[in-house]
Design a protein around this ligand. Structure first.
Ligand SMILES: Cc1cc2nc3c(=O)[nH]c(=O)nc-3n(C[C@H](O)[C@H](O)[C@H](O)COP(=O)(O)OP(=O)(O)OC[C@H]3O[C@@H](n4cnc5c(N)ncnc54)[C@H](O)[C@@H]3O)c2cc1C
Length: 565
């Protein structure tokens, strides 16, 4: 087994992943690095550098008497009246200007210099969207003011944290309520209170300064709010559960403009819904409080085999990864390129424990696969933060550099385009299923796609702590899967649309071919506009309770989008 500085080390001795070679197509977690190397214009709505304390400080002026959905719940009036009479006319320019004056944050409007950056989502596909305004809210009071405005004028509204919605649904033709100025991590004992606009790399950085860990996703520029509200699967989820499983309370401004605290004892129905019910449905979350875990030693491993071994490796991985001790988490990537040569197969993962114990577990995988990996790599990470930088594709970057330039002046990452679909698998793939999977990946080679395009499938092992929580205990229903899968296809910014459309068609047809083998459930955080059965697929038996919560807190459906509850 190679150690850091041998295979995988670059010329300066820094660690690189075995599949970082540009001759190979990137996997999902590697693609950001490729995008960064491509040097596109990485722009996203600016994030603030607000401190954690200001991020989580409330503008609450008084504690209202228990009213509204659940008597006894914490409800605070924050600013603008919830009782302004509706206007029969759309807002005038002067009304928008007045809104801007009412905010302690900033309102950006079409025609202003900052607009083209402010309206951008992570995916340049959505640059065609033109919101009427982007409000960078500094506190819950600002959020409440925005909601009073959209209620009064009937303006569509969407909350935005990291802007990574695969459907662009954190944008709107009306007002974007951007929470990135409510960012920061405040650790006190074993609890961490986190502003809803915190990007994941800053989340890990803030926690790691206190030797604490909360499970979360790999992409450094994803927002904590979108991730947590839809679940949050990450590299230590088998040990510590989903991001949403670690929330102990949250603050949310609901459609009536009130700031509510949600926890097991305060607005418990809304608390339940906000842990897996999906972003954008119930209000605008302004902060989360998480239970944290001590940061122990973490080992990273990356392995690859020749494509000719793929069937054996898949068979071995699916019997190994979901049933391993909780300390082991692993994923499996199959990737190809349109018009490319042979696809690639890689297994990556983390282990919380000793090298000896990790190696012993990996040997079991090799034995089941019938061969050792051709490119094995194992590293004892010098720190949790380093591990999360590696997983983020920022192994050779600082935390500041591991951002979009608009999030941090030192940021070196770029925006990227991607189509994504997902599945959960509750049964191991049969040999026929593995054959279909391999054919699906290989068929991308025959697609006339965008030059520099790529595609594939990434499986994340589940089981462990994720599956020890009941499907109805939180709104995240997917508690019996062995692994989940994400089908992706990517292309360089500015690619011709015909090639992109052919890659998209390939992805849809690949996903279709896997119908006989998947459970029919889909991950609500990989939101998929093409999914017609989304209610059942995302929420299963929890959908009906979610609609009740929606009816209680947002009876007029102020918060809506094509797949809104
Ligand atoms: C490159 C990439 C990598 C990813 N990696 C992972 C991963 O490793 N693990 C994983 O689990 N997921 C992953 N995801 C999926 C990700 O969790 C979802 O796309 C998530 O919704 C993004 O959150 P966001 O805040 O960045 O996005 P946004 O687009 O800002 O928000 C997503 C949704 O949440 C709503 N929302 C945003 N902020 C708030 C708020 N404050 N209150 C209420 N609603 C709000 C929005 O209106 C929208 O509907 C990845 C996505 C991408 C694009």
């Amino acid at each position: 087994m190679a150690q850091a500085g041998s295979e995988g080390g670059d010329s300066q001795g820094r660690w690189t992943r075995p599949w970082e070679s540009p001759s190979r197509p990137p996997g999902r977690r590697a693609f950001l690095r490729f995008a960064a190397a491509a040097g596109g214009a990485g722009l996203l709505a600016s994030c603030s550098r607000s401190s954690g304390s200001s991020a989580v400080s409330e503008a609450a002026s008084r504690t209202a008497s228990p009213a509204g959905p659940q008597a006894g719940s914490t409800v605070r009036a924050v600013g603008a009246s919830s009782s302004s009479p509706p206007s029969s006319a759309p807002p005038s320019s002067a009304d928008w200007t007045a809104l801007g004056h009412d905010l302690s944050g900033t309102l950006v409007r079409p025609g202003e210099a900052a607009y083209n950056v402010a309206k951008r989502q992570f995916d340049p596909r959505f640059d065609t969207l033109h919101p009427a305004g982007i409000a960078y809210c500094r506190d819950p009071h600002d959020v409440s003011t925005c909601l009073a405005f959209v209620r009064k004028y009937g303006v569509p509204v969407a909350a935005r944290s990291g802007g990574h919605s695969y459907a662009g649904w954190s944008s709107s033709s009306g007002l974007i309520v951007d929470v990135t100025r409510m960012a920061g991590v405040n650790v006190s004992g074993t609890a961490a209170t986190v502003g809803a606009g915190t990007h994941l790399i800053d989340f890990y950085n803030g926690l790691s300064a206190h030797g604490r860990v909360v499970p979360g996703g790999s992409c450094p520029t994803v927002g904590i709010a979108g991730l947590t509200l839809g679940g949050g699967v990450g590299v230590v989820s088998r040990a510590f559960g989903l991001t949403s499983d670690n929330v102990t309370s949250l603050q949310i401004v609901t459609a009536d403009g009130l700031l509510r605290t949600c926890s097991a004892s305060s607005n418990p129905d809304l608390f339940w819904a906000c842990r897996g019910g999906g972003g954008g449905n119930f209000g605008v979350v302004t902060s989360f409080t998480f239970a944290t875990h001590p940061a122990s030693e973490i080992i990273l491993f990356f392995l690859s085999w020749p494509w000719s071994r793929a069937a054996r490796v898949i068979s071995a991985w699916q019997s190994w990864a979901p049933h391993a001790p909780d300390e082991l988490w692993s994923n499996l990537h199959l990737a190809a390129a349109p018009g490319g040569s042979i696809p690639s197969i890689q297994v990556g993962g983390t282990y919380l424990g000793s090298v000896t114990a990790a190696s012993r577990l990996l040997e079991k995988l090799y034995a089941a696969a019938g061969s050792d990996p051709s490119s094995p790599f194992l590293e004892v990470s010098p720190s949790w933060l380093h591990a999360m930088l590696v997983e983020a594709g920022c192994a050779s970057l600082t935390v500041n550099e591991c951002h979009l330039p608009t999030q941090n002046p030192a940021g070196q990452l770029s925006r990227a385009s991607e189509y994504a679909k997902s599945d959960f698998f509750t049964k191991p793939l049969s040999s026929q299923g593995i054959g279909t999977l391999l054919s699906g990946v290989e068929s991308l080679q025959r697609v006339s796609g965008a030059p520099g395009g790529a595609g594939g499938i990434a499986f994340d092992a589940l089981g462990g702590a994720v599956n020890r929580i009941g499907p109805g205990a939180t709104a995240f229903v997917h508690r019996d899967a062995l692994f989940q899968a994400q089908y992706t296809t990517t292309w360089p910014v500015g690619s011709a649309s015909a090639g992109v459309a052919r890659q998209h068609a390939w992805q849809q047809s690949f996903w279709q071919s896997m119908r006989p083998y998947a459970s029919g459930q889909a991950y609500q955080n990989y939101i998929d506009p093409a999914l017609t059965s989304w209610r059942q697929a995302y929420y299963g038996a929890n959908f009906s309770r979610l609609t009740q919560v929606k009816g209680t807190y947002d009876p007029d459906r102020l918060f809506t989008f094509p797949q809104a509850i």
